[in-house]
Design a protein around this ligand. Structure first.
Ligand SMILES: [Zn+2]
Length: 435
């Protein structure tokens, strides 16, 4: 958030999703204690949020969807609150001075459900047996109170209790598991700065499967019925990881977990240190390997380097798509040049991807033209400087937030010609592909 909001007002610096995110403070840590019953899809939660006021606050707000708030404390004292339209508005007993740290405790409960929006239903979703969270870009408030803006990255501890037979995967490192009667409490810690939309919970009848790889621990939680197909489809996960590390630098998290749900999903999705696929993405033929690469590449571009606001989404999707093409050319498939030429011939070329607008932020052109732009840049710079630029980009901004001007400024240091990004990113017309 760049400019100072008016005192205590709901405000987000995001031009695309102004209804999400709140001004006046930054969150440092979320501590979530969640108790979940799978059958009735019932969630009982306690959130302890540690934040710092960026201005004096007589009131402030958080994003939280249709869950019932039972009690709110600020610094241990009961606080007045109202909850409607996805906003939890809180008035502490005493104003919080600028620069002061403060702690909010919220007890809440209900039956979580996805948030309806222009992209369909996003967030907490019930599965046939279990549930999942796929929160990009507006789904986080479906399961916890938060400052739902991609740039307000924080650390997390999540304690999640569910019936013992269920596999529970939360984005983070598993630090303890304790069985009590018929339930098990799983505690996860996520120390790296993480956007709200990249937090995820996966509950289902899954079996743990190791993924063979190099030094980065990689594993999967999958329905046992898909074991054989999965072993083939994800058989090169370790090699893909090694390839992306060579291209972009060290993997940014302590480990990676792949979740395959027993239900079909429209699209796979990335979370912090996690990729989520539907049963339909596992066919025993490696049909969807490019998506394995895509979701893994988001760990660098999107998750470690998070966009400052949603206008810059090509920095996530263009880079993840280009990673697909790089893996293709390195694993004996079509070259990046062939992929770029194919897509260049197919896409319309009527979208300025540096600011595609909220209605078109997930337009295929953001993905494909974004990747073609990187390919054209590679052509301009030459392989050695181009890949050095990608590694510098991923290293300099590791665990930070980024914007298109940040990238174009760095690329200029590597000799990008004047006007290159204007043509490729700011103008609607698609420039010719260099051959
Ligand atoms: Zn993507």
């Amino acid at each position: 958030m760049s400019s100072a909001p008016s005192p205590g007002a709901d405000r987000s610096a995001d031009p695309y999703l102004p209804e999400h995110g709140n001004g006046g403070y930054r969150v440092e840590h979320y501590d979530l204690d969640l108790d979940y019953q799978v059958g009735p899809n019932r969630l009982d939660g306690q959130a302890r949020i540690s934040a710092v006021a960026t201005q004096a606050l007589s009131r402030f707000s958080l994003d939280l969807a249709d869950l019932r708030v039972r009690r709110v404390l600020v610094d241990g004292k009961l606080a007045k609150h109202t909850h409607s339209g996805g906003k939890l508005r809180i008035r502490p007993q005493r104003a919080i001075p600028e620069g002061a740290g403060f702690r909010v405790e919220i007890r809440y409960s209900g039956t979580p459900k996805p948030i309806r929006g222009r992209w369909g239903e996003i967030g907490w979703e019930e599965l046939t047996e279990g549930s999942l969270v796929a929160a990009q870009p507006i789904g986080a408030p479906s399961w916890f109170p938060c400052n739902d803006h991609p740039a307000d990255k924080a650390a997390y501890r999540v304690s999640f209790t569910a019936a013992t037979p269920f596999s529970v995967q939360v984005t983070g490192n598993l630090v303890s598991q304790q069985r009590r009667g018929s339930t098990t409490t799983h505690v996860f810690e996520r120390p790296e700065p993480t956007s709200t939309y990249l937090m995820s919970v996966q509950v289902g009848p899954y079996t743990d499967v190791p993924l063979i790889g190099g030094e980065v621990p990689q594993r999967a939680a999958i329905p046992a019925r898909l074991s054989e197909r999965f072993a083939f489809d994800f058989g090169r996960h370790g090699q893909i990881m090694d390839c992306l590390q060579e291209l972009f630098g060290p993997y940014p998290f302590g480990g990676h977990v792949v979740v395959v749900t027993d239900d079909d999903l429209d699209d796979p999705v990335e979370a912090q240190g996690m990729s989520i696929f539907g049963a339909n993405h596992v066919d025993g033929q490696r049909t969807h390997e490019r998506l394995v690469v895509h979701e893994l590449a988001h760990q660098w571009f999107g998750n470690s380097l998070t966009i400052a606001d949603w206008r810059h989404i090509w920095l996530n999707e263009g880079f993840a798509t280009y990673a697909e093409w790089l893996w293709s050319e390195r694993s004996g498939g079509p070259t990046a040049q062939q992929h770029a030429a194919d897509w260049h011939a197919q896409i319309a070329g009527d979208l300025a991807i540096a600011d595609p607008g909220v209605d078109r932020m997930f337009d295929p052109q953001v993905y494909k033209r974004g990747a073609i732009t990187l390919h054209a840049l590679r052509h301009e710079l030459g392989d050695q400087p181009f890949f050095a630029l990608l590694r510098r980009w991923a290293t300099d901004h590791r665990h930070g937030t980024v914007s298109t001007p940040d990238f174009t400024a760095l690329a200029a240091e590597f000799g990008t010609p004047d006007g290159f990004f204007t043509r490729w990113l700011d103008e609607e017309e698609l420039p010719p592909l260099p051959s």
